[in-house]
Write a protein that binds this ligand. Structure first.
Ligand code: ADP
Ligand code: MG
Length: 645
């Protein structure tokens, strides 16, 4: 191996330039960002030959003081941050202090600048990284930068440049991404002798969007707004008659900076699900404002991608806001038949009916959503459930047999469908309607569905809110209510999972769960098994997984916490557990969570229901953890103690 040598600055700069400066459009972006950061009110961009001959950006911003100008083109020199901490409070578009140095390294670069305090300006000429001494010049307050013959000294790069038209396309896109969002700045863009854009300042975002994309899009915009205290979301989405074949018309701005974010694009796609035909993407112009410390902008050389501290929250906010908006907006009037030429009018008509139908489905579905808890149960079979019955507040005075009969008579689809989880098969809460809801008010066996047990006593009493006392032929039985319920749930759950009949619900807004790398890997490895217990997970970039469905019986628990716990449990095995083991683990955890707890007060009916179900499952003498669920004091033993024998 040759010796290790520190690279000379010009090579370092060329490498850096390679990262940030890919084509003329990159120069446009960097220079325009600097102008905005300098507080300019007017920014004029002039392009020759798609930017390959000239990119010129002139602004009326604060300018650079004469003695500072040479620093502006030094690498890693910036006025925008001072230390590493500042990286997490970035308010400006730039902060890396690399752009001018990089550009000057690979072009013929000219900077003229003047601050408001100075009489004259200063001029700096740099050719391929070689700077001339600074010279005084006449110049208005502000900064003018000309970049000629980009990549003239790196011929390989220059060869990669495309046609004028293609490069100009990129330039326009770069210009758009900045001019679209800084409304108080007058931007112009000229290509040769043609004015491409002339955008006076405005207070209305819609006006600027229309200036770029025309009245058709402008008129289709639906305004969106939401603020959860930390994340502020404002902007527009186009109604579903307007869409694109790719997601390039989704302009997202984070604190004034254009970004691309897969998660947020996904959220938009989700929000429009059913409103657009497959393969079509929504049009959106959205601004997110969040505290700078809640986002890391220093993860990508051109800052196109950022890392949110809580991406799940932003995802949910975007999706939730859009869905609610769609519900309150009459999209019907807006959904018109797709434009058709005669030859495919049938297809178009078909498409539009389909769109219409999807839309109705979406609206119905979402309405059901909002009226219930914030989750839905789309995958619940629309058959009646005991949950429906108890939710309808049936009187506890009804005798169990009577309820059961009614249930059967009214048929499976009779009870009103409620978007609540189905507790029926595992027993539904049979609390009196007046009982205050308790946090863990879950899954008590309901007389409604509890099968009639064999002819042994199913009556009992609860003591200390924790034990049930009953009898059998042998003697007196004391039962740990949690352990018994857990065991019953476990058995029922296992049956359902094995029979593929577990109810799950689709979350209104999929939840993201950020795990450790090994947890994420383990979770994704066990993806299929998770799906069997009703939890659908998908990779979501990095160590984050997206949870989109959830077992209905855990509706009262936070999916994020549950998934996290399940995964921790998985990983704690130390070795890769087999499918059965994983499944068993998951079933144990779920039944433990869903079971009534020690301390939960039960009504006499609930006690009966629980005792009835005890006979249903063979091995109910031990909870799934192996603790005994019951103790028996035999008649003989009691007689002995009472000195009857
Ligand atoms: P960065 O923007 O990351 O700080 P740049 O290389 O783009 O790095 O710019 C270096 C410095 O030059 C900036 O920090 C700023 O102080 C100054 N500068 C660049 N462009 C302008 C401008 N148009 N107006 C005023 N100052 C500028
Ligand atoms: Mg900059």
């Amino acid at each position: 191996m040759p010796d290790i040598k520190q690279l000379p600055p010009s090579v370092i700069n060329k490498i850096a330039a390679g990262e940030v400066i890919e084509r003329p459009a990159s120069v446009v972006k960097e220079l325009m960002e600097n102008s905005v950061d300098a507080g300019a009110r007017r920014v004029d961009v002039t392009i020759e030959k798609g930017g390959t001959e000239l990119v010129r950006v002139a602004d009326d911003g604060c300018g650079i003081a004469q003695d500072q100008a040479p620093l502006a083109i030094a690498s890693h020199a910036t006025s925008k941050i001072r230390n590493a901490d500042d990286l997490f409070h970035v308010q400006s578009l730039g902060f890396r202090g690399e752009a001018l140095a990089s550009i000057a390294e690979v072009s013929r670069f000219l900077l003229r600048t003047r601050t408001g305090d100075e009489q004259g300006g200063i001029e700096l000429q740099v050719d391929g990284g070689v700077a001339e001494p600074p010279a005084p010049c006449g110049c208005p307050v502000g900064t003018i930068i000309e970049v000629r013959q980009l990549f003239y000294n790196t011929p390989v790069r220059r060869k990669f440049l495309r046609t004028t038209q293609t490069e100009m396309g990129h330039v326009i896109e770069a210009f758009t991404r900045i001019a679209l969002v800084h409304l108080d700045v007058h931007f112009t863009l000229r290509h040769g002798d043609r004015t491409v854009h002339d955008l006076p300042p405005t207070e209305r975002w819609r006006e600027r969007i229309t200036a770029f994309f025309g009245d058709d899009i402008g008129d289709s915009l639906i305004s969106i707004g939401g603020d959860d205290g930390t994340v502020k979301l404002r902007g527009y989405v186009a109604d579903p008659t307007h869409s694109r074949a790719n997601n390039r018309m989704q302009y997202l701005f984070l604190n004034g900076r254009h970004i691309r974010d897969r998660a947020l694009q996904h959220a938009m796609g989700e929000a429009y699900r059913g409103l657009l035909l497959t393969g079509r993407y929504p049009i959106a112009f959205l601004r997110l404002d969040i505290p700078p410390e809640a986002v890391d902008v220093n993860v990508h050389p051109t800052k196109l991608e950022v890392r949110f501290q809580d991406s799940g929250r932003i995802y949910s906010q975007l999706l939730g806001t859009l869905r609610k908006k769609f519900l309150s907006t009459d999209l019907t009037a807006r959904v018109q038949p797709a434009p058709s030429d005669a030859s495919d009018s049938a297809a178009a008509a078909h498409d539009s009916t389909q769109t219409q139908r999807h839309r109705e489905e979406l609206v119905n579905w979402a309405k059901g959503q909002l009226s219930g808890p914030d989750r839905e149960a789309t995958e619940l079979p629309p058959t009646g459930t005991a949950a429906g019955m108890t939710a309808s507040g049936e009187s506890e005075a009804v005798r169990p047999e009577q309820r059961r009969m009614e249930w059967e008579r009214s048929g499976p689809s009779a009870p009103p469908f409620k978007p609540f989880p189905d507790y029926s098969q595992i027993g539904a809460p049979a609390r009196p309607p007046s009982a205050p809801p308790e946090e863990n008010d879950l899954s008590l066996p309901s007389p409604a569905t509890a099968p009639l047990g064999p002819s042994v006593a199913n009556s009992g009493i609860q003591v200390h809110n924790r034990y049930l006392i009953t009898e059998n032929q042998e003697g007196v039985v004391i039962i740990d209510q949690h352990a018994l319920h857990e065991r019953i749930l476990y058995e029922q759950l296992r049956e359902k999972v094995l029979g593929g009949k577990l109810e799950r619900q689709r979350l209104l807004v999929p939840e993201t769960v950020t795990l450790t790398p090994s947890e994420a890997a383990a979770a994704l490895d066990a993806k299929e098994t998770f799906a069997e217990i009703g939890i659908e997970i998908e990779p979501f970039g990095g160590d984050t997984v997206l949870v989109s469905t959830y077992p209905a019986m855990l509706a009262n628990f936070d999916p994020i916490t549950v998934v996290r716990e399940l995964v921790e449990q998985l990983v704690s095995h130390g070795k890769t557990p087999g499918r059965r083991e994983v499944l068993d683990d998951l079933l144990h955890m779920i039944s433990c969570k869903a079971a009534i707890k020690a301390g939960d007060r039960l009504t006499p009916e609930e006690v009966t229901a629980l005792l009835e179900q005890r006979h249903e499952y063979q091995d109910t003498h031990h909870c799934p953890h192996g603790r005994p669920t019951s103790l028996v004091f035999s008649k003989d033993e009691l007689d002995k103690r009472f000195k009857r024998t």
